[in-house]
Design a protein around this ligand. Structure first.
Ligand SMILES: Nc1nc2c(c(=O)[nH]1)N(C=O)[C@@H](CNc1ccc(C(=O)N[C@@H](CCC(=O)O)C(=O)O)cc1)CN2
Length: 440
């Protein structure tokens, strides 16, 4: 077990006041702290109703205490929890009491999890999954994060890493015995076949990266159209409140306005943009540039046209996944409605539910099946790509000496090891754990 010098504590439950507040402690002083505050050490892993007293013997609160002796705790160290009444002064009094102990200090964001990682309780991907689980707002985010925090990605990546290490070992063995067995159809031929198969699996997994991002960060929808086509009214009605200013003046929306919806458990981000037209206004032009940029990276474009005054968007290449939406349907007769995927009226609400259903179906289809682990973070994608490049070099560079090809394999396994934290990752620990909240 890794020995950290300080004993750390923090409020691990949410915003005060609350029904109950949980203060968590971890480190070598934990035993002494519990003995002092509760009067005696409580039985391991059992909650006990206790009178919590500070060092002057003053009663802080009566609540539940639980002590988890190392190594069977969340962090792997001696840990304890005090479950207090969730009042601000109650929590303050306990925090003050804890500060009074030598070697005890408030935990930094993610510090409990960092200790758990250091003590081998989970790998880096599972730690990231825990951060995602706490941040999850939709059901699909929760399910994906739970799967990752339970080690699904770790298993996948460390399995791949073992395959690479084994392949390298076989090749190096062949090198050592090269003089004796210079026969065709040698061990390494088989190894390269397996490596080609592995490369295929990694490529397929990387190809699922967008799906992972859709579940974790949201399905991105961008509304574009000419000025006054009804884009902001559409955003407002989807948001269920007036988030964008609507006026008759063309060019009212200049910057991007984004809302977040939970559609059947998937986060859908909808962005309203500046109306696209030829303009000389510098600010409006910037807005239009941003609109086109955002459309470029979107998963779906809602191309909005005012049915009562249709202005085609000639200069916008709509090669993507596009839904053509006709707006202000209340102003026109049925025969005037041309080629649209959907017509709506934000005045009468016609077509709005149909649009929400369609968006929800599209987001669900884009997220696809999430029962297998998906890559969810750029950090993983970058390292997976690195691993993939090295592995492909090893497979394809058949003219290179075996030593060189084995070295490519070593680098590929190193990149995978950096994802899970199995090889030196000191430089990325701060980045990973700073995304956590205090008390986790
Ligand atoms: N009160 C409370 N609720 C909580 C947590 C907590 O720390 N405290 N959790 C915190 O995230 C989550 C549960 N996760 C936990 C994970 C591991 C251990 C733990 O003690 N592990 C030991 C023993 C395992 C066992 O007995 O099976 C170990 O890994 O050795 C506790 C909680 C959610 N709910």
């Amino acid at each position: 077990m890794y020995i950290f010098e300080d004993t750390i504590f923090a409020l691990s439950s949410g915003r005060l006041p609350s029904g109950i507040a949980v203060i968590r402690i971890s480190g070598s002083r934990t035993r002494f702290v519990v003995e002092t505050i509760c009067g005696s050490l409580t039985e391991p892993r059992l909650t006990k109703l206790s009178s919590f007293k500070n060092s002057d013997g003053d009663l802080i609160d009566r609540g539940l205490a639980v002590f988890f002796p190392a190594p069977h705790s969340f962090t792997g160290e001696d840990c304890a929890e005090f479950h207090l009444h969730g009042g601000k002064a109650v929590v303050d009094a306990m925090i003050t009491a804890l500060y009074g102990f030598d070697g005890c200090r408030m935990a930094e964001a993610g510090e409990f999890s960092r200790r758990a990682y250091a003590n081998g309780k989970f790998d880096l991907t599972a730690a990231e999954g825990l951060a995602d689980l706490i941040a999850a707002e939709t059901d699909s985010q929760r399910r994906l994060a739970l799967q990752i925090s339970s080690g699904a990605q770790a298993q996948l990546y460390s399995g791949w890493r073992s395959e690479l290490i084994r392949a390298r070992a076989l090749i190096e063995a062949e090198l050592d015995f090269a003089d004796e067995s210079d026969v065709p159809g040698s061990v390494s031929d088989l190894v390269w076949e397996q490596m080609a198969d592995l490369a295929g699996r990694i490529t397929k997994h990387v190809g699922d990266g967008r799906r992972g991002a859709i579940v974790r960060d949201g399905y991105r929808v961008v509304i574009i159209g000419a000025p006054n086509a009804g884009k902001s009214s559409l955003l407002n009605i989807l948001a269920g409140s007036d988030v964008a200013i609507v006026s008759d003046e063309p060019g009212t929306t200049r910057d991007l306005i984004e809302i977040k919806l939970d559609l059947s458990g998937i986060t859908v981000l909808i962005t309203d943009t500046a109306g696209i037209r030829n303009t000389t206004g510098a600010v409006e032009m910037m807005g239009i540039e941003r609109a086109l940029d955002r459309a470029h990276s979107a998963d779906l474009i809602l191309s909005v046209t005012d049915l009562s005054d249709p202005i085609p968007l000639d200069d916008v290449p709509l090669t993507k996944n596009v839904l053509r939406i006709g707006t202000k349907a209340d102003l026109v007769t049925e025969s005037e409605i041309g080629e649209y995927d959907l017509v709506i009226s934000t005045r009468t609400n016609a077509g709005v539910d149909a649009l929400l259903t369609l968006l929800s179906q599209k987001a669900e289809a884009a997220a696809g099946d999430i029962s297998d682990p998906l890559p969810t973070r750029r950090r993983h994608m970058e390292l997976l790509n690195e691993a993939s490049i090295e592995l492909r070099a090893a497979i394809e560079d058949i003219a290179a000496p075996l030593e060189v090809r084995a070295e490519y394999l070593r680098r590929a396994s190193y990149s995978l090891g950096r994802i899970t934290g199995d090889v030196d990752v000191e430089d990325i620990l701060d980045v990973v754990f700073s995304q956590f909240c205090i008390g986790k």
